[in-house]
Design a binder for this molecule. Structure first.
Ligand code: URA
Length: 434
């Protein structure tokens, strides 16, 4: 079949065979199918969708477009976590050393931030010297030595996804459940994992803001994982307000380190313990999520998880003196408070707005090659449900840029809705699929 016939078939809503999908994906990767035909193909999938069988074929072809890491010589059940991304979501930084301290190996390949959501790689790279571009050999060495490793996608892992994702980004074809699912799962399945915990965000700061869509995504990701013989648990969690207090790369490292040293940031640590508990259970070290949560809390209290994080930073070339002495980090030029003009309760904090303002301050990128400022970002002083008096700070923001201060102040101030009555607190964990 010619590429144009395959495009037409999908455009007309017909089901594609594995060979047809393979011809398209592999043809695009080896350069025989040009960008314009791939763009039309992606748009046809965007409008017509793919059924589950087609989605599985797409995932498998993308997974096998590169190296599938074999970690079978490392003992234990290897478990990773994937989040669909949110504002202030620094859970991976806290959870990976916790789960590794509980004796479950954690091989983690993460992404960069794009748009209003942050990325684990940018957070890690804000630690001076920290290297995320390890080769597959180095990746295997670090996990075998300390039980945890955190790197970025290499050109060897699912290269078809890398090339297609870049095109989806500029052709408005990102928001398609089969395309997102195959993209995420091809990378996760290539890491060498045995089990996976999925954190699918829902709400205004999430990639999928509607609950029904988040549920559909979670079910598709879950079922793909199961089809590939992996143990999987998926959670749908709230992303209407930022997670924790800090938004911005180094600021999030600071909050994560404080939590690893025992600080309880309620929403952040509750979610971290639930996801860690699920990973510890899938890793065979607990009989239930609750038992896994208790183990997770124990390794934080004993200091083992913090020590594991220090080891991870050391192994991946980071300067641990910045972790041991957080004040050593350079300060941004401006630190500006945003104050409440009303008395009342914080009713809502628009996570999307907070994410967008953090990008304006320099903490994120709007184009893949934008350079970020690791010091930039926002620290909330109040969360949903907190009482506030007029004149009290709602947030403080940090930036080196002079020209964004006025607009950042206005937009952040509007992101907080203050009302006289106390709101019902949002339910953080909405659904579990297991
Ligand atoms: N994250 C991914 O890795 N792929 C997508 O398509 C969307 C989010």
């Amino acid at each position: 079949m010619l590429p144009v016939e395959i495009i037409r078939k999908k455009r007309d809503g017909k089901k594609l065979t594995k060979d047809e999908i393979s011809l398209f994906i592999n043809g695009y990767l080896n350069g025989t199918i040009p960008d314009y035909q791939m763009s039309a193909f992606l748009m046809a999938i965007y409008f017509q969708g793919m059924d589950f069988e087609e989605t599985i074929c797409l995932t498998e072809i993308m997974l096998n477009s590169g190296h599938v890491v074999d970690l079978s010589d490392i003992s234990g059940i290897k478990v990773d976590k994937h989040s669909t991304g949110g504002v202030g979501d620094k859970v991976s930084l806290i959870l990976a050393p916790i789960v590794a301290s509980a004796g479950v190996p954690v091989p983690m390949i993460s992404g960069r931030g794009l748009g209003h959501t942050g990325g684990t790689l940018d957070k890690l790279e804000s630690i001076p010297g920290f290297k995320t571009n390890l080769s597959i050999e180095e990746y295997k060495k670090v996990i075998s030595e300390i039980g945890v490793v955190m790197i970025g996608q290499t050109s060897e892992i699912a290269p078809a996804d890398k090339k297609i994702y870049a095109l989806r980004d500029v052709t408005a074809t990102v928001e398609s459940i089969p395309l997102i699912s195959a993209s995420i799962m091809s990378k996760k399945l290539a890491e060498g994992i045995d089990a996976l915990v999925l954190d699918v965000k829902t709400g205004q700061g999430a990639f999928m803001s509607e609950y029904e869509k988040s549920l559909q995504l979670a079910q598709t990701l879950f079922t793909i994982g199961k089809n590939f013989g992996k143990k999987v648990i998926a959670f749908i969690t709230d992303m209407n307000q930022p997670l924790g207090y800090a938004v911005g790369n180094w600021l999030e490292v600071v909050e994560s380190v404080q939590c690893l040293r025992g600080l309880n940031v309620p929403d952040l640590m509750h979610l971290t313990y639930v996801l860690a508990g699920a990973m510890i259970m899938l890793g065979g070290k607990a009989n239930s999520i609750e038992e896994g949560m208790k183990i997770a809390q124990k390794v934080v209290l004993s200091g083992e998880a913090y020590e594991k994080f220090i080891k991870l930073v050391e192994k991946q070339g980071g300067d641990v003196s910045y972790i041991e002495n957080l004040e050593k980090y350079p300060l941004p030029k401006h630190s500006i408070e945003v104050k409440s003009i009303f008395d009342g309760y914080v009713y809502e904090i628009d996570a999307l707005e907070v994410g967008i303002v953090s990008v304006m301050l320099g903490a994120g990128r709007t184009k893949v090659d934008d350079v970020i400022d690791p010091k930039a970002g926002i620290v909330l002083r109040k969360k949903v449900g907190d009482k506030v008096e007029a004149g009290e700070p709602l947030a403080i923001f940090y930036t080196d840029k002079d020209d964004v201060i006025k607009i950042a102040k206005e937009r952040l101030s509007k992101a907080f809705k203050i009302k006289p009555e106390k709101p019902e607190l949002p339910k953080l964990i909405k659904t579990i699929i297991d």
